[in-house]
Each structure stands twice: as structure tokens, then as C-alpha cells.
Ligand binder design. Structure first.
Ligand code: FAD
Length: 291
């Protein structure tokens, strides 16, 4: 299946979830070409990507266009598909070729179930969730392409949220605080553990709503979808809207004082106890390992 990969760039480097698309293409035995797109000075990246990728896909006769399911990727997936008259699927977690047809699995209803779709159209445009496939060992060739789309909107200001040392989607370890952590002060224990493990701090929605962490660190259905190697949930109940953002994690440790908490149903290791007592012990042990 002739495949075109759109690689999203951030500050001059490919976004991790975009590189995983090479493994997604390899998993279905597809030959893949990769492109990145530069927006015209001040132009919207979404407009530039839609225009340049749709033209490239049409001219090259590609049967599959893959994008990472980032905010930009998800926005342009439908737009590119509309230009090509193609099938459009967001948030894929697995691709398979069956009898010459592409099958796509994705979570629905906030991750409570997964559905598999079969593409009947000759062309499909699909965004794939970060963490669904491993990143390739080396970065393959990525050709820059330009867009000559008319400027319909201009970016006048970009406000970057301060305070996120590590991008959650790229972090290999995430320590998440839930309401059970109790206070902004206690959340510093999550940050300390994350720092010791070279990871990032996440929060559940109540933690974000209390203003203990910036919004871009929310994990879940209305926050970030993450799939790190290790996810440590501290005082998190495990509501479906939270689980749908982190069940793809490779190894999950949950600390909760309620042994019936739903988070334990997805945890590899469950610690029933007071997070304020357990976290200092974990921090102490990891500090010893670092010395
Ligand atoms: C449309 C919609 C979208 C949503 N999107 C999101 C989302 O993106 N992300 C998200 O997280 N939520 C989201 N929510 C909210 C979600 O439904 C839950 O309310 C939320 O995830 C609960 O957060 P929590 O686990 O921190 O808090 P709680 O559910 O209150 O759980 C706190 C947990 O801490 C435990 N605990 C308390 N004290 C201690 C202690 N000392 N030691 C150990 N454990 C302790 C308790 O036993 C409990 O299990 C969404 C809801 C809706 C309706």
C-alpha cells in the first residue's frame, strides 16, 4: 500500500508520535515516503499542511496518508480526506491489512470500547495515536515540501504555556497526581519522583481545575493521550475519562488508599495505601539507586 507520512516538526525536530508512523507503515508492509511542511510566513500550519499534503498525495497516487494524532494532525486529517474524497479516521491505535483492505482499530466512547473499521474507499487518511507503535531506531529521510496556499488566516501571536519541563506525549515516565494527593504542596512529591526518573508530571482534571498544574498537563479524554513506558498514578480513582488517556502505558503503578478504586483494574502493580506516606518512601529508594 503506497503510503505518505506527514511528519510534524516542533522547533526543528520531528515530533515523536510522527516518527512512530514509520513503524505503523512497516507493520502493514507499506512502502512509505515522508514529508514535512513549512507554513508561509505567518500562515496557519493547518492550512499549509492540508494544501501541501493533499496535493502531494493526489499527485503521487498514494493509497494511505498517515499523520500523528496531535491537535494539528487530527484537525487536518478530515480536511485532507475531504480534498481527496478519501476515508478519514482519527485516533487509530492499530493498522492491519486483511485481504488487500486496510483495517483500523481505534478507541471510542472515551476509550471504554475499541472498534475496528475496514476502509472501502481507495484512499484513506488516518491519524495514529502516539505510543501505539515504537519509534524507529534511526530517523528515515523526510522531504520538506512547501505550500503555496492563499493565506486565509494569519497567526498574530503564539502564547506558550510555561512550566512544562518535559512534553507529556514524549515522556517515557509520567507521575500523575489525582485529587487524592490532597494539595499543591503534596504534588511536589510527584514532581520530585518524576524528576528522579527523568519523566514528567501529569494531573487528573480536578488537579488541573484546582490550579495545581497547567492545563496542558492534564491526562485523559479532554487532556493529553499518553503511552509512556511507566505511568505512576498517585491518588487517582481511575474514571473512564482518565483511563482513556493512559491505558496505553506499558507499565502502570497505582497508589490509592481505596482497594476498590477502578485504577487498580488497569494497574500492573497496585499499592493500597496513603499516597502521602508511600511517595516519600519511593523517592527515598530511588534516590539511593541514583547514588
Ligand atoms: C466530558 C468529561 C471529560 C473529562 N475529561 C477528563 C480528563 O481528561 N482527565 C481526567 O482526569 N478526568 C476527566 N474527567 C473527570 C473524570 O470523570 C473524573 O472526575 C476525574 O478523572 C477524577 O479525578 P481524580 O481521580 O483525581 O479524583 P477522584 O475521582 O476524586 O479520586 C481521588 C482518588 O484518590 C484516592 N485517595 C484519596 N486520598 C488518598 C490518599 N491520601 N492516598 C491515596 N489515595 C487517596 C481516593 O480513594 C480516590 O480514588 C472528565 C469528565 C467528563 C464528564
Amino acid at each position: 500500500m503506497k503510503t505518505l507520512i506527514f511528519v510534524e516538526m516542533k522547533e526543528g525536530s520531528p515530533v515523536g508520535a510522527s516518527l512512530e508512523l514509520f513503524s505503523a507503515a512497516a507493520a502493514i508492509g507499506a512502502e512509505a515516503d515522508a514529508v514535512c511542511v513549512e507554513a508561509k510566513e505567518g500562515g496557519l500550519l493547518e492550512d499549509a499542511v492540508t494544501d501541501a499534503v493533499a496535493k502531494k498525495a493526489a499527485d503521487g497516487g498514494y493509497a494511505l496518508v498517515l499523520l500523528a494524532a496531535t491537535p494539528v494532525g487530527k484537525l487536518v486529517t478530515a480536511r485532507i480526506a475531504a480534498r481527496l474524497g478519501a476515508a478519514s479516521v482519527n485516533d487509530a491505535i492499530a493498522l492491519k491489512e486483511e485481504g488487500g483492505k486496510l483495517q483500523i482499530t481505534r478507541p471510542v466512547y472515551g476509550g471504554t470500547i475499541q472498534e475496528t473499521l475496514q476502509v472501502e474507499a481507495p484512499v484513506a487518511v488516518v491519524s495514529v495515536r502516539g505510543g501505539s507503535y515504537a519509534a524507529p531506531e534511526a530517523v528515515p529521510e523526510i522531504a520538506p515540501i512547501a505550500s503555496d496556499a492563499e493565506l486565509r488566516a494569519r497567526v498574530v501571536e503564539v502564547l506558550a504555556e510555561a512550566g512544562e519541563a518535559v512534553n507529556l506525549e514524549d515522556a517515557k515516565v509520567i507521575v500523575t497526581g489525582g485529587r487524592g494527593i490532597g494539595s499543591e504542596e503534596n504534588l511536589k512529591m510527584c514532581a520530585e519522583l518524576a524528576q528522579l526518573l527523568g519523566g514528567a508530571v501529569g494531573g487528573t482534571r480536578p488537579v488541573i481545575e484546582n490550579g495545581w498544574l497547567p492545563r496542558m498537563q492534564q491526562v485523559g479524554q479532554s487532556g493529553k493521550i499518553v503511552a509512556p513506558d511507566l505511568y505512576i498514578a498517585c491518588g487517582v480513582s481511575g474514571a473512564t475519562q482518565h483511563l482513556s488517556g493512559m491505558v496505553g502505558s506499558k507499565y502502570i503503578i497505582a497508589i490509592n488508599k481505596d482497594e476498590e478504586a477502578p485504577i487498580f483494574s488497569v494497574a500492573d502493580v497496585g499499592i493500597v495505601g496513603d499516597v502521602k506516606k508511600v511517595l516519600p518512601l519511593m523517592i527515598e529508594e530511588f534516590k539511593k539507586k541514583k547514588v
